[in-house]
Design a binder for this molecule. Sequence first.
Ligand code: GLU
Length: 508
Amino acid sequence: MEKVRVRFAPSPTGGLHVGGVRTALFNYLFARKHKGDFILRIEDTDQTRYVEGAEQYIFDCLKWCGISPDESPENPGEYGPYRQSERKHLYRKYAEDLVRKGHAYYAFDTPEEIEAMREKLKSEGKGNQQYGYAVRHTMRNSLTLSAEETEALLKINFPHVIRIKMEPNELVVFEDVIRGRIEMDTSSVDDKVLLKADGMPTYHLAVVVDDYLMKISHVLRGEEWLPSAPVHIQLWKYLGWGHQMPKWAHLPLILKPDGNGKLSKRDGERLGFPVFAMHWTDPRTRETVKGFREFGFLPEAFLNLLALLGWNSGTEQEIFSLEELTEQFSLERVHSSGAKFDFEKAKWFNHEWIKRTPASGLLPLVTEIYRERGIENTEAEKMAFVIDLIKDRCTLLPDFWDQGYYFFQRPGSIDVTPIVSKWNEKKDLFFNELIRTLEVMDFWNSANLEHGFKEIAAVNQLKPGELMLPLRIMLVGGKFGPGVFDIAAVLGREETIERIRQGLAELP
Ligand code: GLU
């Protein structure tokens, strides 16, 4: 088999949507699995849609996910440049070659002329108002003008584009690795512009020329590009490269949670979940949306959940490391039907990954969350211990704050509601005795604390079960947290005693 070379080819037009990252991931996995190359190519030929910062954002997202390209604008290989805007000089000759071969033509129509054509077709009740085989012989182009006229217009640099000449009633047939045999009729496709008046290629020309020049072996891209496939396939053939055409694989759409249509940024806003990989600030509106990273997802979990949006291993296994995904991934196991996005399931993946990640791996992330909330001096050893104590209770990274801040700062208020109605003098006496015992306890650890606590309860003929909730509420402020003696062990003698004292003061 020829060397596998695949590309992720985003346009820098905004934040990177989960669908985009999933495309990048599948390309990455396919390349790794086949010991091939994973290329990042920036498709920025549409300057009107160019958004400041969007390119850097793509680099940063891939870095955060840990799926770095082998060749990219940042790390060029021998097929550069990797930004289409920097390849502008390459494309014209291919477009002109197509004109020479009769598969494309110069079109000199002004926007007004095109608009007039559309209006006319509309008034005649024609549903299809595209610039294509049905109307091109009525327009101002090198098919209707004489060679001399065309030459003269080109000479004076009359604004023009180059359009593909799509032959109608042809069946474009190709094998999609995921979807099988696909047949598409060329009649529904218009004469797409290949080269614009400013000399920039359009996406259609650039994608084909670059996939050819960069020796791309497989095109793995979203299903939304399927309607463009006939144009691309015809271009491959018209340019004389048909025998080198890459294999096609159109990945299933990622659908809204209810399965009704493609997942959009707006769904995330409406339903309160992230749709972008990382936070994205639109430079024009300054509007910021939080991404998976800011919601508190681990990159491992993010990749894992993305991999299963459209692919499965054929087994019950759901948790996969990037290495396992690389070993097990195959395009044959990618489904053709859309994959519903389920945020609850996404959180489940994160919870599983938090549980599996050693405290040392979580430490910098959790420390940062505490720092952002004003707690700077979280001693690393203590924090690592706390992380291990509470990580089973954390689904998203900010939960490490809610589940653990009281180890580092006294709770602002404590909620005694669950215990106040059953509070009595005996309990009050118990806690006072407990304080005296704790003051002189030899070895401050969880086991000794539990032992001492239960002994005093027995002497006072009280059930330890009834005393544990009050102790918990005094120490953490509410009905949550890990084992209460573990908590006291971490808090230390002085702080534990002080919190019990303060708790007693709030009770009758
Ligand atoms: N530039 C296209 C995009 O923005 C790439 C489509 C393709 O992979 O051919 O997704």
